[in-house]
Write a new protein. Structure first.
Length: 130
């Protein structure tokens, strides 16, 4: 079973944004590993993202406070154990996804995160890469 923690600030923000969407639409949380990507990370960098979407037959769908969190099969290894938060500070604002179960990133932000996104969390990376 896939586990994703959605913090109260993120739940509140999703509820604001999901108003007017069709009932079957949920929040897709996805991850990609490797490649240079937009963050300039190397082979081990993990990049997270979110989007409104309808679930596909092979997706994992989690119920979270009245809305669905959707995870595609290829993202499950990276998203399982993730924490979705919403932050507003002088340095960053927006949804932030981290995963404390992923390997700790090295100085280049590889293996678990994407430090050049403005999200230099101790493990995992931010979803502000797009």
């Amino acid at each position: 079973m896939v586990s994703v923690e959605v913090r109260p600030e993120a739940i509140e923000q999703v509820r604001r944004l999901i108003v007017g969407q069709k009932p079957e639409v949920g929040v897709r949380v996805y991850a990609q590993s490797g490649g240079g990507g937009c963050c300039g990370g190397g082979g081990g960098a993990v990049q997270f993202g979110m989007a409104f979407a309808k679930p596909r037959p092979d997706d994992t769908v989690l119920k979270v406070d009245g809305f669905n969190v959707i995870v595609d099969p290829s993202s499950v290894p990276f998203v399982d154990g993730a924490v979705v938060d919403y932050v507003e500070t002088l340095q960053e604002s927006g949804f932030k996804i981290t995963n404390p179960t992923l390997p700790q990133p090295d100085e280049g932000g590889m293996a678990g995160g994407c430090s050049s996104c403005g999200s230099s969390s101790e493990r995992g990376g931010g979803c502000g890469c797009g």
